[in-house]
Design a protein around this ligand. Structure first.
Ligand SMILES: Cc1cc2nc3c(=O)[nH]c(=O)nc-3n(C[C@H](O)[C@H](O)[C@H](O)COP(=O)(O)OP(=O)(O)OC[C@H]3O[C@@H](n4cnc5c(N)ncnc54)[C@H](O)[C@@H]3O)c2cc1C
Length: 414
């Protein structure tokens, strides 16, 4: 049977939409198949819950000076705050606010931990971040918290070499109307078939045959942008199996956990006039963005083992932990002013399966595998398929463009 399409794209997050746009511009016959009922994937801005945008996934334009979404935002009329702020701004610990001198010491300790892990990785040591730097000093728990948020994994499961490969430019700008809304607006003209999970890619014959609940889809080539956990956990299968080096990549690049909870209040209970960051270093370390406005919002971030433990406690435990952290810093009376709260559920979503990818110790080399095509017709894309801007939304976007160009080159050559 002849192929229906030149290229099929699986997934309509930042990578899939970028691939779709690139194929569309080239006049290719293509289809984008998305399991969920909406586009965007981990780029998602919720506006309904609070009547103001909050990003459940990506929010900051990382590497902002070279990030392709900055000119896209300018063209589409989105705004962003073009200033970078230090990680440690307001810090609550052991029952009091930490003073300015100690804030500086805390920031230095976090920077030293990051630099220590980077130095080990840059020297080629593919060891655990926890083996590269001591995390037991006065600010060790804070450094563990930030390493966990940056990678979604605990330091024991972070490859120092992978961490070092990420190019951090320190320019991280929040998108005020929502990064998720920006990604979806940019991809708005890409035709996407929603509610169409692909369960299997059969590449035993010529081209590929994709099994979906709406019937089979045939194409000459496929661009697979699903999160690595979806493949590692067998929710997208391959016939025949992927070659061992490729299959190993999906086991060695883990997605980790990073979840957020947004809590709205009926009045300002924080006393900040501008958006700012607050870290509460209690039993459950949480970093909040405090967003003045209507309604005032606190968006809490928790990652790695800390978040995994609360998720394991069952429904509502993550929200309770975040509110308890806020109460410890701002007083128990703030609870009476809570109107609504909403948690993300990235780890529990069967088509996402976690936050963002991080190589396990000893596995940093596996990312490069994802850039290899399989059988001259299966191309991988998505945030994991990048070597120096992985785990980001713009990295996902660039991977989608690159995969589409590779698929088009092959089509031209065919
Ligand atoms: C809490 C959190 C905070 C983050 N913060 C930032 C940030 O501030 N800045 C930043 O740059 N990045 C951030 N990220 C990371 C960023 O959101 C992701 O790297 C990026 O959005 C991933 O895009 P993607 O296209 O690779 O994958 P996804 O967005 O996950 O898209 C993959 C799509 O494939 C679909 N799919 C899965 N399985 C199937 C199937 N079998 N058939 C069909 N479709 C399928 C999924 O539904 C999904 O829509 C954050 C992520 C999280 C979770």
């Amino acid at each position: 049977m002849p192929a229906e399409f030149d290229v099929a794209v699986i997934g309509a997050g930042a990578a899939g939409l970028a691939a779709g746009r690139t194929l569309q511009a080239a006049g290719a016959r293509f289809v984008v198949l998305e399991a969920a009922s909406r586009t965007g994937g981990r780029a998602y801005t919720d506006i309904e819950t609070f009547g103001r945008p909050w990003d459940m996934g990506c929010h900051w334009l990382h590497a902002a000076r070279t990030n392709p979404f900055v000119p896209i935002a300018d063209a589409l009329g989105f705004t962003y705050r073009a200033t970078s702020t230090p990680l440690v701004r307001h810090l609550w610990q052991a029952g009091s606010w930490v003073d300015a001198d100690q804030i500086a010491a805390a920031q230095e300790a976090v920077d030293d931990a990051f630099e220590g892990v980077r130095a080990a990785g840059a020297a080629g040591q593919d060891i655990a971040a926890s083996a590269a730097v001591p995390l037991d000093g006065p600010w060790g728990r804070l450094a563990r918290h930030w390493l966990s948020l940056m990678t979604a994994s605990p330091p024991e499961r972070i490859s120092a070499r992978d961490f070092a490969a990420y190019v951090d430019t320190d320019a991280n700008w929040p998108v005020l109307e929502g990064y998720g809304a920006l990604v979806r607006a940019h991809g708005a003209n890409v035709p996407v078939t929603l509610d169409c999970p692909v369960s299997r890619i059969d590449w035993s014959g010529a081209g590929v045959r994709l099994e979906t609940p709406r019937g089979d889809v045939r194409a000459r080539a496929v661009i697979v942008t699903v999160p690595v956990a979806v493949i590692a956990e067998g929710r997208l299968a391959f016939t025949p199996d992927l070659p061992p080096p490729m299959a190993e990549s999906f086991a060695g690049l883990t997605q980790g956990i990073a979840e957020k909870v947004a809590i709205a209040f009926d009045r300002d209970v924080f006393g900040f006039t501008e958006r700012t960051g607050v870290t509460v270093l209690g039993e459950d370390p949480v970093s909040f963005q405090i967003l003045p406005g209507h309604p005032p919002l606190a968006v809490g971030h928790m990652g790695g083992d800390f978040a995994a433990a609360r998720l394991a406690d069952g429904p509502g435990a993550l929200e309770d932990a975040m509110l308890d952290a806020l109460k410890s810093a701002f007083g128990t009376s703030i609870a009476a002013h809570v109107t609504t709260r909403q948690a993300t559920g990235w780890a529990a979503d069967p088509f996402i399966g976690g936050a963002y990818s991080s190589a396990l110790p000893g596995r940093a080399h596996l990312r490069a595998n994802l850039l290899q095509m399989v059988g001259e017709r299966i191309h991988f894309a998505g945030e994991a398929a990048r070597v120096d801007d992985f785990s980001t939304c713009h990295g996902a976007h660039l991977s989608g463009v690159a995969a589409a160009r590779r698929a088009l080159d092959l089509r031209v050559a065919a």
